[in-house]
Ligand binder design. Structure first.
Ligand SMILES: [Zn+2]
Ligand SMILES: [Zn+2]
Length: 117
């Protein structure tokens, strides 16, 4: 993941979100995205896990990601992630300031996703 330099929080490894989630972080109007509606996508490749990347419900629907999230695996998953889904890097502290419960939700993404299979 990219390195990001935040005006408020300094430098850190970037968190990944879709454009709409990124835009909502810096919007001063009451944002329409509810953190419970954000959908995590993880990509596993060669024993490494990338993500989670948080998608808004529209992007999740567009990419046919189930509401409970998705784990993409292997080279095919990596291609799908980078070529089709993509992401916008944002400051992880700004993300958790706006959506504090995301850290809790991602604690066990495998349990969440396997529960629906
Ligand atoms: Zn989106
Ligand atoms: Zn920040």
């Amino acid at each position: 993941m990219a390195y990001i330099l935040c005006e408020r929080h300094g430098g850190s490894g970037a968190a990944a979100v879709c454009d709409h989630v990124a835009a909502s972080l810096f919007s001063t109007s009451p944002h329409p995205l509810d953190s419970a509606s954000l959908v995590p996508v993880l990509t596993t490749y060669a024993d490494q896990t990338l993500g989670p990347t948080w998608l808004c419900p529209d992007c999740a629907a567009l990419h046919r990601v189930p509401p409970d999230g998705l784990i993409l695996e292997g080279e095919e998953g990596l291609d799908r992630f980078f070529d089709t889904i993509g992401f916008t890097p944002v400051c992880p502290s700004c993300l958790t300031d706006k959506y504090p419960d995301l850290t809790r939700r991602v604690a066990d993404p495998r349990r969440r996703t396997s529960a629906c299979s």
